[in-house]
Design a protein. Structure first.
Length: 410
């Protein structure tokens, strides 16, 4: 089976995901995707007619983000029409899954040059449609079998069950800000970052817009928990609430609410793209690979708690690779909520200096369908900067899932 080689990775800065306020909010999602696809082609010099497929992650496929965003972004980027495209949705895990599927097609020998990535415009009005955020979309039979709550309420439920305190999650949120600020100052993201321009050619954004480097523990301590009111929001006229959905499976749980905007992932717009190739294609066309994909895995866990699959996904992908935790130099676990990263570190007994070394989504933001691809590029850049070998990337996804990937520098 052929190796899947990573040739290059790039991403946009992340803009604040509020309509009319974020620097990217006026950009069409197809144009944001086109920005990274165009940059990737320019940086590598590929003939876009050779691209076998473009596998794109987008969680909310409605409105301007509907209609196969991967294909439309490629056309907008000026790619040859022979470069096909498909768009997928594994919620927050979409950006890892797009890379895994691209790698799989190369390793299987069916394709030689594939681009993976994702786009999410969190500023897009109506991106979640009408009504409350429900994974079952009103399917009462599914709700009876697997009640699925709001992700923020799940985060607080897990923190309660794990004995993770408000101080713990605030400390992780502060560290994310500190590490992101140091990374930005040190230029750690510069290799992958590409500017975004408006249609008239003026610069829209060339830097991270979301981080708050002035954050302090005192400031975080003064923020009110974000999800008590959400937990008791009436979902129907029968008294169903997000809290009660969790209590159906965990009836004795008295949820302690510890998460707020300062220790949860930021709402942002962003896009990322990664070029993968087979060894034969890379050799014939003079493409210098930066890394290879070692192993990939998908894992499901409790959909009621939603956020707990990254740990078993990590164990599964390590087993597939025949590696141990000690063989991994850097980890990227998406900071959907501080409890996700905190539980991950504790359960796997990881050295904190190997996890999210440049900060995470608490400081930088989480453009849902793009984040996984961003993190893969981030860990690759950091492996090169530190002259290290292997990185592991994983993240929780709605429905109680987690994709994972291990890459190795070449």
């Amino acid at each position: 089976m052929a190796d899947a080689l990573i040739i290059d990775a790039c991403r946009t800065p992340r803009g604040i995901g509020k309509a009319g306020k974020g620097a990217l909010s006026s950009i069409h999602p197809q144009q944001l995707g086109a920005a990274v696809l165009r940059a990737l082609a320019d940086r590598t010099g590929i003939n876009t007619a050779d691209v076998d497929d473009i596998v794109w992650g987008t969680s909310s496929q409605r409105g301007p983000q509907s209609g196969d965003l991967g294909r439309m972004s490629a056309l907008d980027a000026g790619y040859d029409v022979r470069a096909s495209g498909v768009t997928l949705d594994r919620f927050c895990g979409s950006g890892i899954t797009s890379v895994n599927m691209a790698a799989n097609s190369i390793m299987a020998g069916s394709e030689d040059l594939v681009i993976a990535g994702g786009t999410e415009m969190m500023s897009m009005e109506g991106r979640r449609g009408e009504g409350p955020f429900m994974m079952d979309n009103g399917n009462l039979r599914l709700r009876a079998r697997h009640p699925q709550s709001h992700q923020g309420v799940c985060a607080d439920a897990i923190a309660t069950m794990e004995g993770i305190t408000r101080h713990d999650v605030d400390a992780l949120g502060l560290e994310s800000q500190k590490r992101a600020a140091a990374a930005i100052k040190g230029g750690h993201f510069d290799k992958s970052l590409v500017p975004v321009y408006r249609e008239d050619g003026t610069l829209a954004l060339d830097r991270e817009e979301y981080p708050r480097p002035q954050t302090t523990m005192e400031g975080l301590a003064g923020l009110k928990p974000a999800f008590p009111a959400v937990a008791d929001y009436a979902l129907d006229d029968k008294g169903t609430t997000y809290r009660k959905l969790i209590l159906e499976k965990h009836p004795d749980l008295d949820i302690n609410f510890v998460h707020h905007a300062g220790n949860s992932s930021g709402v942002v717009d962003g896009s990322a793209a990664i070029l993968l190739a087979s060894p034969d294609y890379a050799r014939k066309h003079g493409l210098k690979p930066r890394a290879r994909v070692v192993a990939m895995a998908n894992m499901g866990d409790s959909p009621t708690l939603m956020l707990n699959a990254p740990v078993p996904a990590t164990r599964k992908v390590l087993a597939k690779a025949g590696l141990t935790l000690d063989d991994i130099d850097l980890f990227e676990i998406n900071e959907a909520f501080a409890v996700v990263a905190e539980k991950y570190i504790r359960d796997l007994k990881l050295d904190r200096d190997k996890v999210n070394v440049n900060g995470g989504s608490i400081a930088l933001g989480h453009p849902i369908g793009a984040t996984g691809s961003i993190l893969i590029g981030t860990v690759l850049d950091e492996l090169e900067r530190r002259d290290l070998k292997r990185g592991l990337v994983t993240m929780c996804a709605a429905g109680g899932m987690a994709p994972a990937i291990i890459i190795e520098r070449i």
